[in-house]
Write a protein that binds this ligand. Structure first.
Ligand code: BGP
Length: 481
């Protein structure tokens, strides 16, 4: 395993933040309570057969005090969560919803009471329906001014206590897998449209960065790419170029943009070759140039492996495993660029995700080498089908094994000189999975609700909760069971 790879020992700095991560639509519930209106995610989860809808999710809206207490008892020193835009601005009339602000003020105050540092995502997939109807969502430039207004409101309201801000969750994944994450409205033209949508997202990211630095004293802000390190399948030089192509088109294009505040030569040439016009207008690049990020927040669950794909090959879209039965995932083929393939050196989860703890170390080293910015882990975790055992407990040895090796590799990256501020695995408590509702659980704490039955939302700490408590107490030194 990884500890035999070399003689290094994992290290974690003093005051390292040990936390957990969630997002509003996956955890809160109360989707039409206290003035909140619906988001597209609220509508989507209802449409997907077999998935729990998020009317209740984990009902954190009503359990937040109990949940924060559990975080504190675990010893957590950070909590990464997102704000639901449609709780703050529920309609197009421009009026802020006081009760929405109250909910997040109360949550933040509760965290501060226990010395838990809030890390707040501004946007985590939950587009307000009214924005979509009025401006065509991410397709129209009208969203930019509304996003700016929303950001300024939350920075003014919470910026005295929230110093770490995250702009848009996994923008790269939203663009790469637009159909899955619900932003691709016209599949026939998505190949070109996605770069226009991406540019609008970039402008929103930039307004958030600029406004944060203007309004939050000592505020720091960064993007949250979804990061899947790509290995070449073999030492065939063609596989190496394929891996670099895959890396560019799924993550590097975004990371380069955030760090350098301009589009990379790679993507400009790609647009040129493919006759793509991302619709960059006068003034756009000036705004982008001002958006100097403070750190990278990184979500990392797995790795991918890339192989040469001939230009004459047939294209295949990425079909994710939506059932949790091994073997359903179909890897993509992008003729002339790359294809992804199974990695014979790693094991796979029931959802065909690579179990590869070294990937997180690789990512931290890669991002540090390329951009020299501090980093924090905002997602990393192990999804599993889970039930309460006969003894009333939840035994999750696979999660402990997975996280232990991931944490060890974060510590090894730190020992090699990578500045990492925080580790916030997905998730603190069971939340709705983006693809699989409550059938795919990630939490340290079990929430008693299923896709079929609402039940009582009772919180039951799993074995991994007590294990993580020890890890935190020893500042990452004690990783054993
Ligand atoms: C990330 C998202 C999260 C979360 C996680 C796990 O990409 O930011 O919102 O859902 O993936 O994915 P899933 O729930 O599909 O297993």
């Amino acid at each position: 395993m990884t500890d035999k790879l070399d003689t290094l020992k994992p290290e974690f700095p003093e005051k390292f933040l040990w936390g957990g991560s969630t997002s509003s639509w996956q955890v809160e519930g109360a989707i039409e309570e206290d003035g909140k209106t619906l988001s597209l995610m609220d509508l989507n989860t209802r449409k997907k057969k077999g998935y729990a809808d998020d009317t209740y999710a984990s009902d954190m809206y009503h359990h937040y005090k109990e949940d924060v207490k559990l975080m504190a008892e675990a010893g957590m020193t950070s909590y990464r969560f997102s704000i639901a835009w449609s709780r703050i601005y529920p309609t197009s009339d421009g009026k802020v919803n006081k009760k929405g602000l109250d909910f997040y003020n109360n949550l933040i105050n509760e965290l501060i009471k226990y010395n838990i540092t809030p890390i707040v995502t501004i946007y985590h997939y939950d587009m307000p329906v009214w924005i979509d109807e009025k401006y065509d969502g991410w397709y129209g430039r009208g969203i930019i001014a509304e996003f700016d207004k929303y950001c300024r409101t939350i920075f003014r309201e919470f910026g005295d206590r929230v110093k770490y801000w995250l702009s848009i969750n996994e923008q790269n994944m939203q663009i790469c897998y637009g159909d899955w994450l619900g932003i691709d409205k016209h599949p026939d033209t998505w190949f070109e449209d996605k770069w226009k949508v991406n540019h609008i997202m970039n402008l929103c990211h930039a307004t958030a960065v600029v406004a944060c630095h203007e309004l939050v004293p000592d505020g720091k802000i960064g993007p949250v790419p979804g990061y899947v390190p790509i290995y070449p399948y073999s030492c065939n030089p063609k596989d190496q170029i394929a891996a670099m192509n895959a890396e560019e088109l799924t993550e590097k294009v975004w990371c380069d943009f955030y760090a350098h505040r301009e589009y990379s030569p790679f993507i400009k040439k790609y647009w040129e070759r493919n006759n793509i016009d991302p619709n960059i207008r006068p003034g756009d690049m000036q705004l982008i140039k001002q958006a100097r990020i403070d750190f990278f927040a990184l979500n990392c669950y797995r790795s991918n492996t890339a192989k040469y794909c001939s230009p004459d090959d047939k294209a295949q879209v990425y079909e994710l495993n939506k059932s949790g039965k091994k073997g359903e995932l179909k890897f993509p083929k992008v003729p002339g660029m790359y294809q992804l393939v199974k990695n014979p050196y790693v094991e796979y989860t029931d959802w065909d995700w690579e179990i590869d703890p070294i990937s997180i170390r690789y990512m931290l080293k890669y991002v540090w080498d390329h951009y020299q910015l501090p980093m924090m882990i905002t997602e990393n975790g192990y999804g599993e089908h889970e039930k309460i055992s006969k003894d009333g407990k939840i035994h999750d040895p696979n999660r402990i094994k997975f996280l232990r090796e991931q944490i060890r590799n974060v510590g090894l990256a730190i020992a090699e000189g990578c500045p990492v501020i925080a580790y916030n695995p997905w998730t603190f408590l069971d939340v709705l999975s983006t693809g699989n509702g409550m059938s795919k659980r990630y939490g340290f704490v079990y929430v008693n609700t299923t896709d079929q039955d609402k039940l009582d939302f009772k919180r039951i700490p799993k074995d991994s909760y007590y294990w993580y408590q020890k890890v935190i107490k020893s500042n990452g030194k004690d990783l054993d069971d």
